[in-house]
Design a protein around this ligand. Structure first.
Ligand SMILES: *Cc1c(COP(=O)(O)O)cnc(C)c1O
Length: 388
């Protein structure tokens, strides 16, 4: 299906709502039935129709069909956040006594699930360096049920060879999950490379306007129907109709926003490489990125998120640099209209700052929709503050 068709027309049924161009926001908690028989059918198969909005909802359905199609998957479920999608996906695949192999340093709340919550239920996790397929092979135990991936990750952008890991997992009868938030389905479709469950934080690029959270979990109809009937309905963190409506609105402009953002990111990176205070830039589509070939093979683009290492010996210089920006905001998250920066040193105690540790001198930058020249001017005056 053509991407433009999916985004503009697919799953919309305008004749059923007054030929309105924008789909209606069906802000209802429940649905009425004309007969007992109809109600019985809905009880028997909640996945097949509208009963109660903790399950399915017509506004959510439109978005659900579009996002599954963009992911190249049969179906998807929408959650109130990416973290909720991670939680439901992982716990749906494991039971007491099982073992998980995860790529090292996945999203922080995936780590919390693996390190703090799952061990209470007898489920253990081994982290592996995901750059080499052999590390996955070596970590697999007889009780391994799940391989958890995030490619690229959202801090230093390490990749895994998704096709190779998917093939290994299928041969071993192990389920694969991949967090695809960095790329969004516009730049990578892990399901088409053989990954069984693909998730992303819709809070980022799908929303695009920093005004709602959301999570997407895509896969086969049979896996998702099971997750719907158990984890999805039980956890009760399905997306709210209004948030789905906002995400639908964000989705209309997703490809052109990403195009603009990627172009600006490249322009800013070119500038940063001329800046003496920058030791290096880390970006999957950068020629010197260690996994550049793999990035080019499995991703169609690299988006607006990159990191750079400052050539600064003193913590206060890095702090001053980040506080000096006039147009770039210091905040978590990304994917919206506004450019953002996070210094790695915000995640450590001041006394622990070690200039020999690159991560302490690293900043993560998200390129928003502002003009690249406008952002470069802001960088220049922020760098000037370090020399003062
Ligand atoms: C933001 C993010 C999440 C979590 O999504 P929320 O919508 O914030 O819950 C998961 N994975 C990655 C890579 C993210 O960047």
């Amino acid at each position: 299906m053509d991407q433009s068709f999916i985004i503009n027309q697919y799953a919309e049924d305008r004749e059923n709502y007054f030929n309105a161009i924008a789909p209606p926001l069906v802000q209802t908690s429940n649905f009425a039935f004309p007969t007992v028989d109809a109600m019985r059918t809905a009880f028997e198969n909640e996945y097949g129709g509208y009963l109660y909005s903790r399950g399915l909802n017509p506004t959510v359905e439109i978005l659900r069909k579009k996002l599954a199609a963009l992911d190249g998957a049969e179906d998807c479920l929408l959650f109130n956040s990416g973290a909720a999608a991670i939680f439901a996906a992982v716990i749906s695949q494991v039971k007491n006594g099982d073992h998980i192999v995860s790529v090292a340093n996945p999203y922080s709340w995936a780590q919390n699930l693996f390190n703090e919550i799952l061990p209470r239920f007898g489920i253990s996790t081994t982290y592996v360096d995901g750059k080499d397929i052999e590390n996955f092979e070596r970590a697999i135990l007889p009780n391994t049920r799940l391989i958890y991936l995030e490619s690229p990750n959202s801090w230093d952008f390490e990749l895994q060879d998704l096709k190779a890991v998917a093939e290994l997992a299928v041969a071993e009868g192990i389920v694969t999950i991949c967090d695809n938030s960095y790329c969004s389905p516009i730049y990578q479709q892990p399901a088409t490379l053989g990954i069984q469950l693909v998730l992303q934080s819709a809070t980022k690029y799908i929303s695009g306007h920093s005004d709602t959270l959301g999570g997407v979990l895509s896969g086969s109809k049979s896996i998702l129907e099971k997750i719907f009937n158990h984890e999805y309905l039980n956890i009760g963190s399905g997306i709210q109709p209004f948030n789905a409506w906002l995400l639908l609105r964000g989705l209309r402009t997703l490809p052109m926003r990403l195009k603009q953002i990627s172009t600006s990111a490249s322009t800013i990176i070119e500038y940063l490489e001329t800046e003496p205070l920058v030791e290096k830039v880390i970006y999957p589509f950068h020629q010197h990125f260690p996994q550049y070939q793999l990035a080019k093979k499995q991703m169609q683009g690299a988006g607006g998120l990159f990191s750079f290492v400052l050539r600064c010996e003193k913590l206060h210089e890095i702090e001053k640099f980040c506080e000096q920006f006039r147009h770039v905001l210091m905040a978590v998250s990304w994917g919206g209209h506004e450019s953002l920066i996070i210094p790695g040193c915000a995640g450590i105690q001041k006394a622990d700052f070690d200039p020999k540790n690159q991560k302490h001198r690293m900043c993560r930058f998200y390129t928003g929709l502002e003009d690249a020249a406008y952002l470069i001017e802001d960088f220049k005056q922020a760098f000037a503050s370090i020399n003062r």
